[in-house]
Design a protein around this ligand. Structure first.
Ligand SMILES: [Zn+2]
Length: 56
């Protein structure tokens, strides 16, 4: 299995991208792609959900 080591755009920590995942493909096509690790992604998802709820 191929993997890439990428740096998370948010926490700046290296994390592993596994072959076959969407992020792996993204990174393969564009090494400068802004990708985030799973934990940051989850946090951002939660934040945006909160934002939606807080809007009105
Ligand atoms: Zn991160």
């Amino acid at each position: 299995m191929f993997t890439y080591e990428a740096i998370c755009r948010y926490c700046r920590k290296p994390f592993t991208l596994r072959e076959g995942t969407k992020k792996y493909q993204q990174y393969k096509v564009n090494r400068q792609a802004n990708i985030s690790c799973d934990s940051c992604e989850r946090r951002i998802e939660d934040d945006s959900r909160k934002y939606l709820f807080d809007r009105d």
